[in-house]
Design a protein. Structure first.
Length: 544
């Protein structure tokens, strides 16, 4: 064999040896990765099998010291906006409930929203500290904190798969902790919730008890709530009651009426502005979002928000960050959003007057507040409470209601709901003699106070819904028919006649009919289904 051929063979042999060594190293790394994956799967299964928060925390500390090689470790669990020690490895020295914390666990201090959401490490006074957030579905629910070397975090560019696996494991543990905490609250009756007090302010009818029971559950969580219903049904009062029953009760309750502010100033009212941001802005103004930090922001008439402000509100809901008008600094605020509307926001979305993505963020839970006419004897409960409140304000005798007064209160439809009831009673209490409310000052079933006839005005080109368009229902009663039964029948007959006339006027267009009647479209759909009204027949009737 010639020297040149021999050299080539040696070169080929060296190349083959390098390829073999490289393949062997790749196989070794693959086996090591598979072993790590199997171990992480075992860890994940062990966490799922845990029966308590303490068990999960103890397992995590063992994982940190045994599998990750940390010298000592601890698990902190979120308690409102701070983190309390849940478990620590044997001999570890970590603060039980950090306030002003030492440098090596500084990640646990300050507001919860300021904390990082990815594993990291740094050098502190007690040596290198590693912090691994345990993320739940919507927020960080806890932290795994350890002292010692954690190579995965020191050189992520060399061990990116390990960092990803560690993040996945931490996220899995966070969800397990969150689930166990929810189960614990259920066992204590916490997540099921305690209904908001059904009292003289809110009502005690079956419909209102359903609403209050749901709000009692929602008081336990921080999800966004959308209150829907007609004007004057007490949505703002329910929003305040929800805040007072929640864990944010010690924080502020701030209200912004989106319909009462000029469009050009809505963004400034909501997010604030810097001095000089526009003509007249002589000083920095903190908006409602900043004012509500740590508490609840109630957006009344949220359907009236201008589209540009809707976009900025959506960004805030997703990131909890915002900037004042004219400002560059990015600010944060921990705020729960409760909103209310008497409009059909789904229709507004279809008409491109409201962002669909914002609606999805606002109506995580939708609570439909029933009108006063559907709340039975609540009208008497509310009337007595409001009348007593007004008498105290005007230093008048405690008001009394005769049987005739109660009959009128129960027989009237209250299209303006609780707000109308309050306005009527203010006049009646002031003008009543000797503390007894005069029945003549209250509206009757067929008319307004003083015997005047009540007309249901429908805005738009269709004109009013009066007796020429909506036939008055007739009612046959006998000696065995109670007042309540007679009233229920009359209301049912009137509602059927009203809805049929409304749909005839609009050619069967339910959305337009709801606008004319100032009803939520869902309520109108419910009436149509309840009474079995044939909408298609009314449409065909209009075409003939």
């Amino acid at each position: 064999m010639s020297p040149t051929a021999e050299q080539q063979v040696l070169r080929y042999a060296a190349d083959l040896a390098q390829l073999y060594a490289r393949a062997s190293e790749d196989r070794r790394r693959l086996r090591a990765a598979e072993e790590r994956l199997v171990r992480l799967t075992e860890i994940a299964l062990a966490l799922v099998r845990s029966l308590s928060l303490e068990d999960v925390a103890a397992r995590l500390t063992r994982i940190a010291t045994t599998d990750l090689g940390l010298r000592e470790a601890a698990v902190y669990l979120r308690e409102r906006d701070r983190f309390a020690l849940l478990a620590a490895s044997e001999g570890a020295s970590f603060p039980t409930y950090p306030g002003v914390v030492p440098d090596d666990v500084a990640a646990l201090g300050g507001e919860a929203d300021e904390l990082e959401c990815a594993p990291w490490s740094r050098l502190g006074e007690g040596g290198r500290v590693a912090v691994v957030p345990l993320a739940g579905r919507e927020q960080v629910v806890g932290f795994l904190v350890g002292r010692g070397e954690l190579p995965h975090l020191h050189a992520p560019e060399e061990s990116l798969p390990e960092v990803h696996l560690l993040s996945l494991l931490a996220g899995h543990a966070g969800v397990v902790l969150e689930n166990l905490r929810m189960e614990k609250r259920r066992g204590e009756g916490g997540l099921q919730g305690t209904p908001l007090a059904a009292d003289a302010v809110l009502g005690n009818s079956p419909r209102m008890r359903e609403v209050l029971a749901l709000l009692g559950k929602l008081a336990r969580v921080d999800s966004s709530v959308l209150l829907t219903g007609e004007t004057g049904t007490g949505k703002s009062l329910l929003a305040r009651s929800l805040h007072q029953a929640s864990k944010r009760r010690d924080g502020p309750f701030v209200t912004l009426n989106c319909a009462a502010i000029p469009e050009a100033l809505v963004e400034s009212e909501l997010f604030g502005h810097e001095a000089g941001a526009f003509t007249g802005a002589v000083r920095t103004h903190r908006g409602k979002v900043e004012q509500a930090a740590g508490g609840t922001l109630f957006l009344d008439e949220v359907g009236e928000l201008p589209l540009p402000v809707q976009s900025k509100l959506l960004t805030f809901l997703e990131e909890r960050r915002f900037a004042r008008v004219g400002g560059e600094e990015e600010l944060e605020a921990d705020v729960r959003i409760v909103s209310a509307t008497n409009r059909d926001l789904e229709e507004a979305v279809s008409e491109k007057r409201f962002r669909s993505d914002l609606l999805y963020r606002l109506n995580v839970f939708t609570v439909d507040v029933p009108p006063l006419r559907e709340r039975g004897a609540d009208v008497l409960l509310l009337a007595r409470n409001i009348a007593a409140e007004l008498a105290t304000r005007y230093e008048l005798p405690t008001p009394r209601f005769s049987a005739q007064c109660e009959e009128r209160l129960l027989g009237y439809d209250w299209p303006g709901n609780v707000r109308e009831l309050r306005n009527v009673l203010e006049k009646a209490v002031i003008l009543s003699d000797g503390g007894e409310v005069s029945a003549a000052l209250l509206p009757s079933a067929s008319g307004a106070a003083g015997g005047g006839r009540a007309r249901h005005e429908a805005p738009g080109d269709a004109g009013p819904l009066d007796e020429d368009r909506s036939p008055a229902p007739s009612l046959v009663i006998d000696a065995n028919t109670s007042f309540g039964e007679a009233k229920a029948r009359m209301i049912e007959q009137w509602e059927i006649a009203y809805v049929q006339t409304l749909l005839r006027m609009t050619g069967g267009n339910i959305a337009r009919g709801a606008r004319l009647a100032k009803l939520d479209k869902k309520n109108l759909h419910r009436k149509i289904k309840q009474y079995g009204i044939d909408v298609q027949a009314l449409r065909d009737e209009g075409k003939s």
